[in-house]
Structure formats: structure tokens, C-alpha cells
Design a protein around this ligand. Structure first.
Ligand SMILES: *[C@@H]1O[C@H](CO)[C@@H](O)[C@H](O)[C@H]1NC(C)=O
Ligand SMILES: *[C@@H]1O[C@H](CO)[C@@H](O)[C@H](O)[C@H]1NC(C)=O
Ligand SMILES: *[C@@H]1O[C@H](CO)[C@@H](O)[C@H](O)[C@H]1NC(C)=O
Ligand SMILES: *[C@@H]1O[C@H](CO)[C@@H](O)[C@H](O)[C@H]1NC(C)=O
Ligand SMILES: *[C@@H]1O[C@H](CO)[C@@H](O)[C@H](O)[C@H]1NC(C)=O
Length: 496
């Protein structure tokens, strides 16, 4: 009898283990490109985003959520969990002709999820380096890949150019696995990427959990969209803004189609959807971050305070707003832990934030190094020879405080068209190089407190010195003319 119970017990244990194993959640990670803080319905936008509003409204809106100010840096932190000071990618994006990439010693989210038994697929924009085969997404943990290796492609022709000193190098940028794919020219990328992703969902074998990484091209420039998506926006006078609004609407429809496909495939109830922008909107290309200060490529809140939300049946709290400090580098440990994976050979700078997102517990992050870029243009003069060099471009968050040094970029407040009269220009003198803000009290960075709180400035400068000591040298190599697509049949791809 006892033996029978023992056997039954072992049996139950096996069954429980089996269930928990098969219940690893599917992960749908959607990235929008250059999507401005103001440009989602629930932030009071004139742009209609019914799908995103519904998903965010049923899930958890992250309203103290941060990304990096530009493309490759955000993607590098998303997929590696590592700050730029630890990957050598402190400065700028990875340009198409630069022999540069996210280092191979940093395993990607896809590497870790594949180790944990996931099917891993990526559709969309990579932008983490491709000069050698080993840096292609297919060699960075993804079972399949379809999309752009670099950035700024034409939405229909899928080609892009890079200027090297005098010459202009152009080519088609579309890769399927290891090979260029020139068959899809003519199809708008939001439609094309959504269709390819839906194919993956339909063909997915449910014996494995699914990780689908979906970094859309939308809504980055060039400003292009099939005309019908602009119809609801005839009231917007500014043509850039009107086109951009149409691009956002098309993206919203793409997310609707994709989530419908998850439902039809019976995957949705066990899926965690994470939606994030890669950086703030670019005001010169239709985007808007009102009421935040600054925009894409600046360290002002308009560059880094991003749109983000989570939708899932697996959330314990639904329909709530989360105000804990969460950063794009946090997804790496958060997702790997959710998947039952191991962080043993990784050194993430991010934190597992699932308890705060799902249950409303206090978040784990009290500090956030936005960046230290030692080679960016040095602004003003050094405040003290014994302290961190304030000419260097940095931004650091410590609790409620945000310190910026060097040149953070243009800090004007640009309002959307209907209240454009509220816009204000950056009042900073051109050699000023230290700012301190209390972000929860002053989220739009109106009141610089650096002179009122010198002790806090000093303490944060010391933290910057500490972080600098842990940094690896910046890697920003010269462009290599061997990148020229003309040398490979007119397509962008590995040349190294
Ligand atoms: C799904 O994968 C399992 C395990 O590899 C395999 O046995 C099964 O045949 C697959 N199902 C389909 C429909 O391919
Ligand atoms: C969404 O699906 C509808 C119906 O199939 C299709 O007409 C539309 O083009 C799709 N939109 C996107 C962005 O993929
Ligand atoms: C880390 O975890 C992976 C997956 O669980 C395992 O295969 C590997 O042996 C572990 N490595 C170390 C150093 O423990
Ligand atoms: C900042 O940007 C605004 C808007 O484009 C522009 O009018 C202003 O001249 C810029 N300021 C500086 C210092 O570049
Ligand atoms: C801007 O215009 C709006 C609408 O016309 C008006 O309500 C508001 O007071 C104006 N703001 C400023 C700063 O002039």
C-alpha cells in the first residue's frame, strides 16, 4: 500500500513537472520604431490606436518606463540585458558599413530561450550588426529570421543607402535566414512583416513554447504609407504628421492581425505580449513626445521615456497602470526567468521586474544609467578637476533624481499640431553642462535643481565615476568600403 502511494506520488510529481514544463509562456515581443510618447491613444493623441489602447487597457501600462534614445542601443540592451558601457556600443547606432556588432560573448535573449526549449523567430529590423555571418540573427539564437539587417529602408522597395565620404552605397536590405531575399519588393513592410509573422504562428508546433520577436520598421522615416491609412487624418494640416499618423494606424492594424493569429492558433491564453518603442519620436519626421522635453537621440525625457505595456492572461493584475522604474534592459532577466531559463552565464544590468508588473510589488530598480558616451561632443567646461568630467555626455537616474552632463541634445518642448502654440524652445545657455531634475515631481524637466542640490549632484557624479570604471572602450570603427552592396549583387549582407 505504502509503495503504491509512493508510486502515485512520483507519478503526480512527474505530471506536475510536465504541466509546468509545457506551460512555459509564449513570448510576443513587439517593438515599434521611433514611436513618440504622445502618439498612442491613451496618451491623449489625435492618432487612433484602438488595438494598442485595448491591449494596454486590459493589461499593464508601464508609465515610468525607459528605453535608450536611439535604435541600436535600445535593441542591444533589449536582447542582451547589458548597458551600452558594457558592450562598447555607447556611441551612436551601428552604421551599415561599420564592422561593428553586439559582441558574441553576450548571449541574446533568443540564445537563452532556445536553450530553455523555445522555438525562436524574428521578423523585422535587426540593426545589431551583420558584417560577419556570425552576427546574423540566425546565428544569434533565432531559428528563423526575415527582415532588415540595418535601418531607414524604403517601406516598399526595401532598399537603403549609406554615404561613405563621397560615395553613396545602396542596396536591397532583406534577409531570409542567411540569404538575401529580393522577391518581396513592392509590399509595404508593415503588411509584409505581419504576414510573415502570422505564417510562423500558424505553423508553430505547440510541443514547444514560442518566442516571436517582432521589431517593426514602423513608424521610422521615410514617411510612407498606403493612402487609405491616412483617410481618418484629413484634419491634420502638417503632411509629415498626417502620413506618420497613417503609419501608426497601419501598425495598430498589424498588431491586431498578429494577436488574432495567436488567438486562432490557440496560443493567446498562454502568451505574454510585451510592446515597446525603441526610442522617442523624431519631431522632424512626424513623431511627437508632448508633454515631454526633447525627442529621439536626446537624453531628455522625450528621447528616453518610452511607450511600453504588457498584455497577458497570466498577469495577476490587469487593467492597471504601473509607475515603477522599469528599463528596456529589464526584459532580458524578466523574460528568461518567466521562461524557466537560467541566467548563469550572463551578466545582465537589468532586473527581473515580473513581480512589479504582474502583482504590483515594489520594483527592483532604484538606479538607471541612461548612458555615458565619452566620445560625443564635449560641452562647456569641466566643473571640478576632482569630479567626473561634466563635459561628457551622460544621464543617470538615482531614485527620483535625474542628472545630465555634457550635451544632452536639443531640449525644446514641441507640442502636437493642434496646440503648437504651446511649444517652447530650450532655454539652456550653450555651455551649460549640468542639469538635475526630480522626475516624479517634474516629469517634463522644467525646473533644473542642480544649483539648489549640489550634494546630490556630487553624489551622482561619483556614481558616474564608478560606472565609468566598469565601462569597456567605445567601439566605433571606420566605415569599410567592402560593405558596398554592388559587390554582392546589390544586396546588403555580411562582407567581413
Ligand atoms: C511537433 O513536434 C513533436 C516533437 O518534436 C513531433 O513529435 C510532432 O510530430 C510535431 N507535430 C507536427 C504537427 O509537426
Ligand atoms: C490585416 O488583415 C486584413 C484582413 O486580412 C488585411 O486586409 C490587412 O491588410 C492586414 N493589415 C496588416 C497591417 O497586415
Ligand atoms: C547554464 O545553464 C544552462 C542551461 O540550463 C546549462 O546548459 C549550462 O550548463 C549552465 N552553465 C553553467 C556554467 O552552469
Ligand atoms: C532646437 O530645435 C528647435 C526645433 O527644431 C529649433 O527651432 C532650435 O533652433 C533648436 N535649438 C538649437 C540650440 O539647436
Ligand atoms: C494655445 O491655443 C489654445 C487653443 O487655441 C489656447 O487654449 C491656449 O491658451 C493657447 N496657449 C498659449 C500658451 O497661448
Amino acid at each position: 500500500m505504502q509503495n503504491l502511494f509512493l508510486i502515485l506520488g512520483v507519478f503526480c510529481l512527474l505530471i506536475i513537472q510536465d504541466i509546468s514544463g509545457s506551460q512555459q509562456p509564449n513570448i510576443l515581443l513587439v517593438v515599434a520604431d521611433d514611436y513618440g510618447f504622445h502618439d498612442i491613444g491613451y496618451h491623449g493623441s489625435e492618432i487612433l490606436t484602438p488595438t494598442l489602447d485595448k491591449l494596454a487597457g486590459e493589461g499593464v501600462k508601464l508609465e515610468n518606463y525607459y528605453v535608450q534614445p536611439i535604435c541600436s542601443p535600445t535593441r542591444s540592451q533589449l536582447l542582451s540585458g547589458r548597458y551600452q558601457i558594457h558592450t562598447g556600443l555607447q556611441h551612436a547606432i551601428i552604421w551599415p558599413c561599420q564592422p561593428n556588432a553586439l559582441p558574441l560573448e553576450d548571449p541574446t535573449l533568443a540564445d537563452k530561450l532556445r536553450q530553455t526549449g523555445y522555438a525562436t523567430h524574428a521578423v523585422g529590423k535587426w540593426h545589431l550588426g551583420f558584417y560577419k555571418e556570425e552576427y546574423l540573427p540566425i546565428n544569434r539564437g533565432f531559428d528563423s529570421y526575415f527582415g532588415y539587417l540595418t535601418g531607414s529602408e524604403d517601406y516598399f522597395k526595401h532598399d537603403t543607402c549609406n554615404f561613405l565620404t563621397k560615395e553613396k552605397y545602396c542596396g536591397i536590405d532583406m534577409t531570409q535566414g542567411r540569404s538575401p531575399d529580393i522577391t518581396e519588393t513592392g509590399k509595404y513592410s508593415t503588411h509584409l512583416f505581419t504576414e510573415r509573422a502570422i505564417d510562423i504562428v500558424k505553423n508553430h508546433n505547440k510541443s514547444k513554447p514560442l518566442f516571436l520577436y517582432m521589431p517593426y520598421q514602423a513608424v521610422h522615416e521615410p514617411l510612407e504609407v498606403p493612402a487609405k491609412y491616412m483617410n481618418p487624418y484629413e484634419f491634420i494640416q502638417d503632411e509629415n504628421r498626417r502620413t506618420y499618423a497613417g503609419m501608426v494606424s497601419c501598425l495598430d492594424e498589424g498588431v491586431k492581425n498578429l494577436t488574432n493569429a495567436f488567438q486562432e492558433a490557440g496560443l493567446w491564453d498562454n502568451t505574454i505580449l510585451i510592446f515597446t518603442t525603441d526610442n522617442g519620436g523624431l519631431i522632424y519626421s512626424g513623431g511627437n513626445n508632448w508633454p515631454l522635453r526633447g525627442w529621439k537621440a536626446t537624453l531628455w525625457e522625450g528621447g528616453v521615456h518610452g511607450i511600453g505595456f504588457v498584455h497577458s492572461q497570466l498577469l495577476k493584475q490587469k487593467g492597471v497602470v504601473n509607475k515603477d522604474l522599469i528599463h528596456v534592459s529589464d526584459w532580458f532577466p524578466t523574460i528568461i526567468n518567466l521562461a524557466g531559463g537560467s541566467l548563469n552565464d550572463t551578466k545582465p544590468d537589468g532586473f527581473d521586474q515580473w513581480k512589479t508588473i504582474s502583482e504590483g510589488e515594489v520594483g527592483k530598480r532604484t538606479e538607471l544609467l541612461h548612458n555615458i558616451d565619452p566620445i560625443y561632443y564635449h560641452r562647456g567646461s569641466r566643473v571640478s578637476p576632482n569630479k567626473f568630467d561634466t563635459r561628457i555626455r551622460t544621464a543617470l537616474r538615482l531614485g527620483d533624481w535625474k542628472l545630465m552632463t555634457g550635451d544632452p541634445g536639443n531640449g525644446s518642448w514641441i507640442a502636437p499640431p493642434e496646440i503648437h502654440n504651446e511649444s517652447r524652445l530650450d532655454p539652456s545657455p550653450k555651455d551649460k553642462n549640468v542639469w538635475l531634475f526630480n522626475i516624479p515631481k517634474d516629469p517634463n524637466e522644467n525646473h533644473d535643481l542642480s544649483e539648489e542640490y549640489p550634494d546630490i549632484v556630487d553624489k551622482m557624479l561619483d556614481r558616474l565615476s564608478y560606472y565609468s570604471q566598469t565601462a569597456v572602450p567605445v567601439r566605433f570603427p571606420e566605415a569599410d568600403p567592402n560593405c558596398n552592396p554592388a559587390l554582392r549583387g546589390g544586396v546588403w549582407g555580411p562582407w567581413g
